[in-house]
Structures are given as structure tokens and as C-alpha cells.
Design a protein around this ligand. Structure first.
Ligand code: FUB
Length: 336
């Protein structure tokens, strides 16, 4: 066995994916035990082609990259109809698998039942917290002991509603949560459409610091287009990088701050309009020494488009001074 085969073999064992020589039915049994419903080798972008996926969020856990998305119900849709979220995983950016549906819009009894909008999962103290949005009924939080779920509504009510997203009046403003835990242990949550709001999460991750309250993030500088939605927060070399969608159809831009709550200085656009999709929602993640930009387009034809979207992954690169280079959207993707 050469080194490549050995690595593959070790991966297969670690994942519980059947080793060489196993029968097809043993293979299926193993998949079932692990709640894996589909495996495939990605051939470039879009990464997922057996269903329509949007609004990726990414989490690295041990040696695995987990990608959480909403599932656009079918091809050729003319409006959002998103009944559930999905979870996909990979260890090498080429071989992917999908777990059983981990969370549905209807798992939040208080929320809209077909609006599994943008979300993000993060880990704290061995538990996985999934911050979700619906169109108008607010941000929820679900919890699991495992990154692939299943997840359960942790509160039985929203964590934030439109009453918390002050200064704007449109009903779809309390969407697109993004969360990170700073080096001092403080967790921060960002969200918004039309403006970006920020709050501090308490240690329990399912309530927020009422004394700090909720603030509107100040993004300073000459923005090419106004803030639309999709905040994604990351910390790199002591600076806070906030990326977000601007304009409509959307491009993805970013700003840099010295403190989590800002102010942020606008930098530039990093991803242009993603073809035939008017949204573009990004996640940025480092995995095994590379940085990746995960977004969506309407790349599955003939029925892909703004409401039947597909996630894609391309490389993201930083300049020496910590600024982000424009992303080049490709068909080849990253695993080939
Ligand atoms: O998928 C529904 C909404 O479209 C998301 O919440 C936004 O970010 C946009 O991608």
C-alpha cells in the first residue's frame, strides 16, 4: 500500500465508510449506522448536484469539514420554498457525504414552516449550536451533541425577533445569523438584512447579554453598494473580518475591524454576482492549511436559478497585509 492508499484507507476506517472488500449490503449497513444517506466524488462546481442547496455555513470539527445549507425544495422555483436544512461533510474536499436531514423548518413550531433560511453551526463545550433564520419569524437556536445532528429547538421560541432588529421596518430583517467565539471566550452573534446587528451570547449560547444589548454594526467608508445581508464573521491575525452581501443582485464585500462590535472599515468586493442567482451567500473557512470561499449560484441547469441554488467552493487567498484577494469563481472548483 503506498502513502496515498494508506491515507485513503485510514480515512475510510475513521469515517466508518466501508473498507475494501466489503459487500454492497455491508456498505449500506455502515452508511445507515452513521446516518449517511448519500456519498459522492465532487467533479467541480457546483459541489452538490443531487439536490438544490443554498446559504452554506462551514465548521471544522476534528479532521472533517462540515457544510450546513438550506435545501431549495426543487428546480425551477420562482420564490423561496425551503423546508429543511442539510449537512454535508468531507475530509479532502473531493469525497463528500450527506447525513440524514438534521433539522427542518417545522422543528421550530413557532417559525415559518417553509423558510429554512441562512444559518450557522458552532461548537462550544462539546455541544453544537445551530443558529437558524426564517423569513419573518426571527432567529432560532437548535442544539445537538454531534455536528451532524439530529438537532432540537433549544428554546421553543426565537432567540431574536424583528423587535430586536431596531431602526428598520421590513419584515425579513432578522435573518442570516453568524456566530464566533473570541479568544477571551466571549461569543458574538451578528445578523441582518438592510443593516447588521450584533449581540453578545451568554456562556449557555442560547441567551444573550441583556446589559450589553443589541447594537447596529457601523461599517464605515465608501461602500460600492449598500449592505444587503449575509454577515459572516471571522478573526484573523487579531483583526475582525466581516464579509456580507451588498447590492441586489448581490456581490460579496468585506470590512475589517479592531473590535468585534466594530466600527468596521469597508474594504472591497471579494465576489461578483454569481451568474443567474441574485443571492450569493458566503462562508469563509480555513481547512487543512487552505482557505475556502463557499457560496451559491444557480449552476444546475436547466432548472437552477435564484430560488433553486447550488453551493460551490473556490479558493480564497489573503494578501500579506491581511486583506482578501478577489475570489475567482470556477467550474473546476477545489478538489480536482
Ligand atoms: O435562502 C434565503 C435567503 O436568501 C437567505 O437567508 C439569504 O442570505 C439569501 O441567500
Amino acid at each position: 500500500m503506498n502513502l496515498k492508499q494508506l491515507t485513503c484507507f485510514a480515512g475510510v476506517i475513521a469515517l466508518g465508510i466501508p473498507a475494501f472488500g466489503q459487500t454492497q449490503s455491508a456498505k449500506q449497513e455502515n452508511f445507515k449506522e452513521k446516518n449517511i444517506i448519500h456519498t459522492w466524488e465532487a467533479k467541480g462546481n457546483p459541489i452538490v448536484t443531487h439536490k438544490y442547496t443554498a446559504d452554506a455555513a462551514a465548521l471544522v470539527h476534528k479532521d472533517t469539514l462540515f457544510i450546513y445549507t438550506g435545501e431549495d425544495f426543487k428546480g425551477g422555483q420562482t420564490g423561496y420554498n425551503i423546508l429543511n436544512w442539510c449537512v454535508f461533510a468531507t475530509t479532502d474536499m473531493k469525497h463528500f457525504w450527506e447525513y440524514k436531514t438534521p433539522l427542518k423548518a417545522s422543528d421550530f413550531k413557532w417559525g415559518e414552516q417553509n423558510a429554512a433560511w441562512a444559518s450557522q453551526v458552532i461548537e462550544r463545550n462539546g455541544k453544537f449550536y445551530w443558529y437558524t433564520s426564517s423569513q419573518t419569524t426571527g432567529i432560532g437556536v437548535a442544539v445537538s451533541d454531534r455536528p451532524e445532528g439530529p438537532f432540537k429547538d433549544a428554546l421553543g421560541k426565537p432567540l431574536f425577533t424583528n423587535n430586536d432588529s431596531f431602526g428598520k421596518t421590513h419584515s425579513w430583517r432578522t435573518i442570516d445569523p453568524s456566530v464566533f467565539i473570541d479568544d477571551d471566550g466571549q461569543a458574538w452573534i451578528y445578523w441582518g438584512n438592510g443593516a447588521c446587528w450584533v449581540a453578545k451570547l451568554n456562556e449557555d449560547m442560547i441567551s444573550y447579554d441583556k446589559d450589553y444589548g443589541i447594537k447596529m454594526v457601523d461599517i464605515q467608508g465608501d461602500m460600492a453598494f449598500p449592505f444587503t445581508e449575509a454577515p459572516w464573521i471571522q478573526k484573523r491575525n487579531g483583526k475582525y473580518l466581516l464579509s456580507f452581501a451588498v447590492g441586489f443582485p448581490e456581490r460579496i464585500a468585506y470590512a475589517i475591524g479592531d473590535k468585534p462590535e466594530g466600527p468596521y472599515q469597508y474594504q472591497d468586493i471579494i465576489n461578483e454576482i454569481a451568474g443567474n442567482s441574485n443571492t450569493n451567500h458566503q462562508a469563509i473557512i480555513d481547512f487543512k492549511g487552505e482557505s475556502y470561499f463557499i457560496y451559491h449560484n444557480g449552476g444546475i441547469q436547466t432548472d437552477g436559478g435564484s430560488f433553486s441554488r447550488s453551493i460551490c467552493i473556490d479558493k480564497l487567498e489573503y494578501n500579506k497585509d491581511g486583506t482578501i484577494k478577489p475570489v475567482i469563481m470556477t467550474t473546476k472548483g477545489v478538489g480536482n
